[in-house]
Design a protein around this ligand. Structure first.
Ligand code: GTP
Ligand code: MG
Length: 291
């Protein structure tokens, strides 16, 4: 009998949730960046052994919402927890446990799903820090505590076997070779956004949204991908395009190379910058942009 289940991966922004999901799946299914609030939707990554399938649901970092987008993202996370067979709660070894973490812990205690706590980024912390974190978090009394480094791969086999032990018996949800169920449009949009995130300063990463329209396979074998890059104010346009169009060219070229290797065909990325005033605060904009 096979085993399979959904694992909701939660935690504060920037603790390494997407890096961990990619590491467990063995492929890049979610974009990552040094900026908080990189992930803006739930992304299913599938990791299948012979007998056990883990469906890892990467989620946006839980935070105090500052606008409608933030509220929608938090709601998405709580929805994913409610549907999960187990929850993987990620902490950053180098960041003291704060009110944000405690709030998540309280919600999880009430959810009823078994919770595995992973203390991540151990490669960046002293063993005293890691131990302190495990001890403090240990007071929550969850099922399992595992120190890991998602980036270096430390502790991931131990974590994987703990998660596998929590999966109920049942058929696989996805074919064993499948790693993600994301549509090509979303993959393309996220890759473009990722290339921007580490290059933009201050509030701009938050102001940026990328939406991909209908992808067309042209007669010459080229995949035509229309990309709209949304910003919140006219004044941000220059920063996204760069001097003489340099930034948008670099971003486009980097994303194109990745997408060509992913899709296995030549890609033409048609990038357009558009202003959607205050889109993070407007229900109509958020609906239209697919949040
Ligand atoms: N040193 C170190 N850095 C890590 C580790 N895991 C993740 N990071 C880095 O932490 C940053 C955030 O990683 P993400 O995976 O994007 O974090 P996230 O929790 O998904 O963030 P949000 O989507 O914004 O909630 C990136 O720069 C990662 O490279 C780790 O184990 N060690
Ligand atoms: Mg993420």
């Amino acid at each position: 009998m096979t085993k399979s289940g959904f694992i909701s991966v939660v935690g504060r922004p920037n603790v390494g949730k997407s890096t961990l999901v990619n590491a467990l799946v063995g492929e890049k299914v979610a974009i990552t960046s040094p900026r908080p609030q990189t992930t803006r939707n739930t992304i299913r990554g599938v990791a299948t052994n012979e007998e056990i399938q883990l469906v890892l649901v990467d989620t946006p970092g839980l935070h105090k919402p500052r606008n409608v987008l933030g509220e929608r993202l938090n709601k998405l996370v709580y929805g994913s927890i409610a549907e999960a067979d187990a929850v993987l709660f990620l902490l950053d070894a180098g960041q003291p446990i704060g009110p944000g973490d405690r709030l998540i812990a309280e919600r999880l205690a009430k959810s009823g799903a078994p919770v595995v706590v992973a203390v991540n980024k151990t490669d960046q912390a002293s063993s005293d820090e890691v131990l302190g974190q495990l001890t403090t978090a240990g007071e929550w009394d969850f099922a399992v505590y595992v120190p890991i480094s998602a980036l270096k791969g430390d502790g991931l086999e131990a974590l994987r076997s703990e998660l596998e032990g929590l999966m109920p018996e049942g058929p696989f949800f996805f074919p064993p070779h499948m790693h993600s169920d994301q549509p090509d449009q979303l993959i393309a949009a996220e890759r473009v956004r990722e290339k921007y995130l580490s290059r933009l300063r201050e509030e701009l990463p938050h102001s940026l949204a990328v939406v991909v329209g209908d992808i067309e396979e042209r007669d010459n074998g080229v995949l035509y991908i229309p990309v709209s890059i949304y910003i919140e104010r006219q004044s941000q346009k220059g920063m996204v395009i760069g001097k003489g169009g340099e930034l948008i060219k670099t971003v486009g070229a980097e994303a194109r190379v990745e997408l060509e290797s992913l899709f296995g065909v030549p890609v033409f990325l048609d990038l357009r910058v558009k202003v959607e005033k205050d889109w993070q605060r407007r229900d109509d904009s958020l609906n239209r942009m697919g949040f």
